[in-house]
Design a protein around this ligand. Sequence first.
Ligand code: CUA
Length: 353
Amino acid sequence: MWASYRFFADIPFVAPSASKEAAEIDLLWWFLCAVSLVMTVLIFIGVIFFAFKYRRKPGVAPVAVHGSNVLEITWSIIPFIVMLVMFWWGAQLFYDAQNPPKDAEEIFVVGKQWMWKLQHSDGNREMNALHVPVGRAVKLTMASEDVIHSFSIPALRVRHDVVPGHYDALWFRATKPGHYRIFCTEYCGDRHSQMIGFVDVLDQPDYNTWAGGGSTGTLAEQGQQLFTQNGCSTCHLLNEQGRCPIMKNVYNHPVELSDGHTVIADDAYLRESILEPNAKIVKGFDANVMPNFKGQLSEENVIQLIAYIKSLSTTATPTGVQPGAAPAPAIKKPKAVIKAVIKEAAAVTPPQQ
Ligand code: CUA
């Protein structure tokens, strides 16, 4: 009996809170709980009270009731306001979660049945473990090598699906040193439950000690090796025009395509151009010159190559383009989103008879 009590006492029902966002998200969560509790109690009291008050009485015929406008308006408007508060509050937190600060340190995550492989920009690699300094914003750029996984650190209140074929991102700023769990929270095969690990939030001196040990060149240097090994350097020459575009100052810059479109050479574009070069042809160049690297390079290799291409961009980026911007299009402020939705709805003309 005592043993089973101890067993339940040891289960953490509330995850530790180790970031500023964690505290903010918890506050909203408790607010939702409180609203649900108040509504549940009100409804149950009402059900019991009316069941008793209007029970069938011998000899009394029930009176026909035709509704009450005051009541109906009241119970429509008050919940509407409460729900608007929930929406606004949630949208603000969502907006913050989708927009990593510009100075966030980028770490790359590759999910694979059934492990998490992590690469820091300084070249440090980890498996099912992540070391981060306390107080610094960290942005995770994530790819999957096989199926859909989901990267989750409950203590930091971050979680994001990792879908094969493109990059997903999340960011956090840990505020409390400690040892916290990483989970995969999307069923991804029979050993899904073992796809777990730990994140260690370290004080800056401890982090420096950890980061200083055993690295095999920076991510960009590893990418440069791949660039030569795979023969990329024979066509993408460094300083003169070869058979393929020069990679200098390409990253996060606009690229003109042969079909007349212009795209920004962000992580997603570069990844696609490495794996399926014919998807988008740069203006003035021929299709079918570069071989497909799909199946030849792992997601980790692609990340290294992109880091190398990034390192070749030294000049100031054009206005309106931020270096290292989120791979997904940045989410607009809730106010702007609502405005855009209203404008779009107004522009739709009903189909003519
Ligand atoms: Cu990966 Cu579940």
